[in-house]
Design a protein. Structure first.
Length: 186
């Protein structure tokens, strides 16, 4: 017997720059996806998935950063103001279009049980259900020309947000920062 298995992988690629012409919106775009873990350890705030996008149109260009930050369901929501530090320059940024989504994932494991005694075989099942819950905060930051230029010139970029009293810091450096710089190039 021969069995063929086909597996389709549709993994999202990170740290790669994509560009395209959008004939519907009459513009062109460049973007990159970045995944960062927080600098702080042992906190209720987790990783951030980011998309840095540069849109070029007849009116000029817009640069936006889109964020999805995972946090525990017992944490506070993100405040509407954050900070970006490029080299020695610090910028205040507003978090636009904030949305919080409650997420849940359950995994069920079923165990079969068979026992034998003098009267015969007894079978049964037991189930183990593991449920994980978390919250994803999504928001957008409009990057001014000054911030975009600062990112292009920096050797590292610090992003700081506050979830209630808890600070969370993401640091862009190395090949991840290079990917963002390439997306912001002309």
């Amino acid at each position: 017997m021969v069995a063929l298995v086909f597996v389709a992988c549709s993994t999202v690629k990170y740290n790669k720059v994509y560009s395209y012409q959008d004939e519907f919106l009459h513009n062109s775009k460049k973007y990159t996806r970045i995944h960062l873990k927080p600098v702080e350890r042992r906190t209720e705030i987790g990783s951030a998935y980011m998309v840095f996008e540069k849109e070029m149109n007849k009116g000029g260009e817009d640069v936006n950063a889109y964020f999805v930050v995972s946090r525990s369901s017992s944490s506070f929501k993100v405040k509407d103001k954050g900070f970006i530090k490029t080299g020695e320059r610090q910028f205040d940024v507003l978090l636009m279009d904030p949305v919080s989504e409650f997420k849940s994932k359950s995994e069920t494991t079923i165990y079969g049980i068979a026992t034998a005694d003098t009267l015969g075989v007894v079978t049964g099942q037991t189930a183990d259900i593991d449920t994980r819950t978390w919250i994803e905060d999504k928001f957008v930051i409009k990057l001014s020309k000054e911030i975009a230029e600062g990112i292009k010139e920096a050797s590292d970029v610090i992003l700081r947000f506050y979830f209630g009293p808890i600070p969370i810091t993401y640091k862009l450096e190395g090949y991840k920062l290079l990917s963002v710089k390439n997306a912001l190039k002309n």
